[in-house]
Design a protein around this ligand. Structure first.
Ligand SMILES: NC(=O)c1ccc[n+]([C@@H]2O[C@H](COP(=O)([O-])OP(=O)(O)OC[C@H]3O[C@@H](n4cnc5c(N)ncnc54)[C@H](OP(=O)(O)O)[C@@H]3O)[C@@H](O)[C@H]2O)c1
Length: 347
């Protein structure tokens, strides 16, 4: 019989609901291949929460939330609870954290995660906010409590970044990281290469729902800087905050520069780069770079992403793909939960 794992989800937005739907869609495969029965027992939202130790039907609960914008009248309703009260009270094995990201304070996810780890729950987070300034603290708390803290979905989601560094590259020294980590900027650069001006390419990305109405975080390189700092802190044991990352976005990039690079066979990409200096310090920078055609990140196309690790003993290892959407982020959360139960507790 499958081992029952009790899951609570905080934040029932696009990613949270995609995640619970994935629980239904993958139930048979997860039981067969992993011997696990992932049971949703709680959902924490801003206005109210649900808790039912015997289990909530995932897709039905998501559909109810979508039609009523809440849980009014639900038998498992906890009207005064937000995510934090749910994490304080639920007897759960895993917290899946999908509340909105606040890069400055990390809240409300920081409180959810501290509380969950304190209660010896494993954590899988799509929210990167808490790890921007509290990564080491949370990592140490998880280790002290003997539970896992997984953040794949916060670090480029469907593109495996941290897992590759932590498991596939174990024992190597990572000398440098290069990443095309923002799908929106990459889509715009790909369209500019095809001859479109920046504004037209951005407009197209917005129409397709790839770019936000306010694209600043993506096109000015903030999102890449945040992800790069997170990945470098985990993979290179760096101690970076986003302000340490030098940053140049793509808004000022002239279309003819992209075309000139193309005429040379080079490809302009918004690259996040972390390298270790002679003094051992990790330095990080985000800027548009004209990559030669044979660079492994030159072929990262459209809204895709890619990461390349330069190591001492395995040379260069590159992963490309993992287009991000809420379902891809949900799949990264599911992967983290499954890997938590794979063996001895991984980080
Ligand atoms: N979308 C993606 O493709 C993607 C990919 C990777 C990572 N992420 C990360 O995943 C997280 C969720 O993204 P999303 O697109 O699903 O965002 P979203 O649609 O805005 O959903 C977030 C949900 O959390 C709720 N919430 C806010 N404060 C809360 C609290 N204190 N307790 C419980 N719930 C609370 C929000 O409620 P209200 O609506 O009432 O405010 C909302 O329903 C973010 O941190 C994002 O950066 C997203």
């Amino acid at each position: 019989v499958a081992r029952r794992i009790r899951v609570v989800v905080c934040g029932f937005g696009r990613v949270g609901r995609s995640f619970v739907r994935l629980l239904d869609d993958t139930r048979a495969r997860v039981e067969r291949s992993h011997g696990l029965a992932l049971d949703l027992i709680g959902v924490g939202e801003l206005a109210a929460s649900l808790l039912d130790a015997s289990g909530l039907p995932p897709a039905e609960t998501a559909a109810l939330y979508e039609t009523t914008r809440g849980f009014a009248g639900h038998p498992a309703l906890r009207p005064d609870w937000r995510g934090l009260e749910l994490v304080r009270e639920a007897e759960a094995d895993v917290l899946v954290e999908t509340t909105p990201t606040d890069i400055r304070t990390g809240e409300p996810a920081l409180g959810h995660i501290r509380t969950a780890l304190g209660r010896r729950m494993h954590v899988a987070s799509a929210n990167k906010g808490p790890f921007i300034r509290h990564y080491r603290e949370l990592r140490e708390l998880a280790a002290k409590q003997g539970v896992a803290l997984k953040l794949s979905a916060a670090a480029a989601a469907a593109l495996p970044t941290l897992d590759v560094a932590e498991t596939c590259l174990a024992g190597t020294e990572i000398l440098a990281i290069e990443g095309v980590l923002n799908g929106t900027s990459n889509f715009i650069l790909t369209r500019m290469r095809a001859g479109h001006a920046y504004a037209a390419a951005l407009g197209e990305a917005q129409r397709l729902g790839i770019a936000e109405p306010d694209p600043t975080l993506d096109v000015e390189g903030y999102d890449t800087a945040n992800k790069l700092a997170l990945i470098a802190n985990a993979a290179m044991d760096a101690d970076l905050v986003p302000e340490d990352v030098e940053r140049v976005g793509i808004t000022g990039l002239p279309a003819d520069m992209v075309r000139a690079a193309a005429a040379d066979g080079r490809m302009v990409r918004l690259v996040g780069r972390a390298t270790r200096d002679g003094d051992g310090r990790v330095r990080a920078r985000v800027a548009p770079e004209a990559l030669p055609a044979d660079h492994p990140l030159a072929s990262v196309d459209g809204a895709e992403k890619g990461i390349s690790y330069v190591t001492d003993t395995m040379h260069r290892v590159t992963v490309v793909g993992g287009k991000s959407d809420p379902r891809g982020a949900a799949a990264a959360l599911l992967k983290d939960v499954l890997n938590i139960y794979r063996g001895a507790i991984p980080r």
